[in-house]
Design a binder for this molecule. Structure first.
Ligand SMILES: [Zn+2]
Length: 93
């Protein structure tokens, strides 16, 4: 009699997901500060469907961001403007 829960399959699925999250974390950490901030700004500010609404997901190739595309370049410009303002602010204190 087999158990209704396939423990080995569940463990394999979770291990695969864990690997995926670790790789995503490493790829994020390898990005420049302005690109990391652009991704965070998109997650915080964009309330569209990211495929048909803002096109962010259309601008991805196998997990790689295409920064010269419209949605990505728009958020990258916002991030760079924020970093520039922060540097100006810091230089005054
Ligand atoms: Zn979006």
């Amino acid at each position: 009699m087999s158990h209704p829960v396939n423990f080995d399959q569940k463990i394999a699925d979770l291990e695969a997901e864990l690997l995926e999250v670790r790789e995503a974390k490493e790829a994020f950490g390898a990005l420049s500060d302005d690109r990391q901030l652009a991704i965070s700004l998109h997650e915080i500010l964009c309330h569209w469907n990211h495929t048909d609404g803002c096109s962010w997901h259309y601008e991805m190739d196998n997990g790689k961001h295409r920064w010269d595309n419209q949605a990505h370049s728009s958020y990258l410009k916002k991030a760079q403007a924020m970093i520039k303002q922060l540097k100006i602010y810091r230089s005054r204190i």
